[in-house]
Ligand binder design. Structure first.
Ligand code: CO
Length: 496
């Protein structure tokens, strides 16, 4: 009986959260400019209601009773444990702190926008200093065992710890840096044909075809355009992805489309019978990102995939691609070049961008690095790991939005996503008979079915670590990514 009360309450909270998501999706896609002010107010009101419902004393009582109940099934018990953890965390914040954080966020975000526009870090520094102080305080409020950064990481990647990430990023430093140097020294491939003119409407149709081939369900989702591609969900039966199209950069649409499609498939694969409950939600940001990157990189930047799709691409763009082979297309889709902008990085050097942010965030949280020293520190790290000279702060330390929102601890989930993806994909290749032959024939269903069965359908029943062990037989291991990268790029760059 109590469990039903719990479920009803969580369903109600989910109804409001998903409604808020509809408003957020519309804000990024179709909302007219003048709507911004009231829209922000509407979203804030709904967010306040969610917070109230979730921190309500009655819910606390119900959760505590259920937590001691012996009558629950294993799935019910896990849901209660998870929700109780979230409830206790929410309860730790007092109103004063929440308001101060929210006020600091909007000031910091505005200062960041201005600073980036004017390429002037000094405009941002005092606000970011305040933000970092608040984040250090937040870590104390939330509590941690070993490292203050652990408390923040846990919000995005439950269970992730500095102790584990240090080992992972040490491998990135020692193995990946050396390998990328070898690739950079090899003969480079040509991708000029990717920057010819690709008309917008044809690109759109091609992207839709790619999503259909992935079995993205258009009766339970749609695709629209937005400035920054994203995925959002209103239920597993209504999932929205967005893409962007640049007429002289074919790559931009293709891999953002496949990437968001991967996120979308995960959301569509969550069990709708568990609506609103942890068992109906994604495990973590890292696992979510593993789904997008598996499709984007392991599948969508693989040779079998382009053997299957080059003809379709030629059908849409004969004048640009009639002379291009699947192999050329594949090589052009995997160009490794160290650069200073994270979002434009290839799948190898990308992790140096994350490594740098990880080291900085950790040092800021430890109080070993001060905000005023950030630009110099940033530039030195880019020189060290990527060998590039950062031209200015706007394209350097000011490039990302995350810190201005106070999202400290978010960046590592991007790398975790890629590493999980490589490990999952290696397992899929073992377990799905002739997987890559099937991909080469344009048959992506066996892979999707495997992901559904092994990952999607469980929701948050398992933690990221448990899930990884259950699916692959061991915990996250960087060697999978390194093996994948070495094999693929040695072939592309003739390093054998
Ligand atoms: Co993503």
């Amino acid at each position: 009986m109590k469990y039903k009360a719990y479920k009803d309450r969580l369903t109600k909270i989910a109804d409001i959260s998903y409604t808020t998501a509809v408003l957020g999706w519309d804000q990024e896609t179709y909302m007219p400019e003048k709507g911004a002010g009231f829209r922000a107010q509407q979203i804030a009101t709904l967010s306040g209601m969610i917070h109230e419902l979730f921190t309500d004393k009655e819910l606390g009582k119900t959760l505590n009773k259920l937590d001691n109940s012996k009558k629950l099934t294993e799935k019910q018990r896990r849901n209660i444990t998870q929700t109780l953890k979230d409830y206790k965390r929410q309860k730790k914040y007092n109103r004063e702190f929440v308001e101060l954080l929210s006020k600091t966020q909007s000031e910091c975000f505005q200062a960041w926008q201005q600073a980036r526009k004017e390429n002037n870090f000094k405009l941002y520094a005092p606000h970011l200093t305040k933000m970092i102080a608040l984040k250090r305080k937040e870590a104390e409020i939330l509590g941690y065992k070993k490292h203050p950064y652990d408390a923040l990481l846990d919000q995005y990647e439950p269970g992730a710890r500095v102790a584990d990430l240090d080992i992972l990023f040490k491998d990135v430093r020692s193995q990946l840096v050396a390998f990328v140097k070898k690739v950079a020294a090899a003969k480079q491939n040509d991708d000029k044909f990717m920057r010819l003119h690709y008309p917008k409407d044809k690109q759109w149709d091609f992207g839709i075809d790619l999503l259909k081939q992935m079995h993205y369900d258009f009766d339970a989702g749609r695709q629209d355009l937005s400035a920054h591609p994203f995925t959002t969900s209103f239920s597993p039966k209504d999932v929205r992805v967005t893409t962007r199209i640049s007429e002289n950069n074919f790559k931009s649409m293709i891999w953002s489309c496949i990437h968001e499609g991967g996120h979308g498939l995960y959301e569509q694969g969550l069990p709708d019978s568990e609506y609103g409950l942890p068992s109906g939600e994604a495990v973590s940001l890292g696992i979510h990102e593993s789904q997008s990157r598996l499709w984007e990189n392991m599948v969508g930047r693989g040779l079998p995939y382009w053997k299957a799709n080059i003809k379709l691409a030629r059908k849409y763009f004969p004048e640009n691609l009639n002379d291009i082979s699947a192999e050329q297309f594949w090589k052009a889709s995997n160009i490794v070049t160290p650069s200073f902008i994270r979002t434009e990085a290839d799948e190898l050097t990308y992790h140096f961008h994350i490594l740098i942010r990880y080291e900085i965030e950790k040092a800021l949280m430890e109080g070993k690095l001060e905000v005023k020293d950030l630009p110099a520190y940033w530039n030195a790290k880019y020189k060290e790991y990527l060998g590039v000279k950062v031209p200015n702060d706007a394209q350097g330390v000011l490039q990302d939005i995350h810190w201005s929102h106070g999202s400290i601890g978010y960046f590592p989930t991007y790398s975790l996503g890629s590493f999980y993806a490589a490990q999952f994909y290696a397992t899929a290749k073992k377990e799905v008979k002739s997987l890559e032959d099937k991909i080469e024939n344009g048959n992506l269903l066996p892979l999707l079915e495997w992901l559904r069965e092994k990952i999607h359908k469980h929701g948050k029943y398992y933690s990221a670590e448990e899930l990884c062990k259950k699916v692959t037989g061991e915990k996250l291991n960087f060697n999978y990514f390194m093996d994948y990268a070495t094999e693929k790029y040695s072939e592309i760059y003739g390093l054998k």
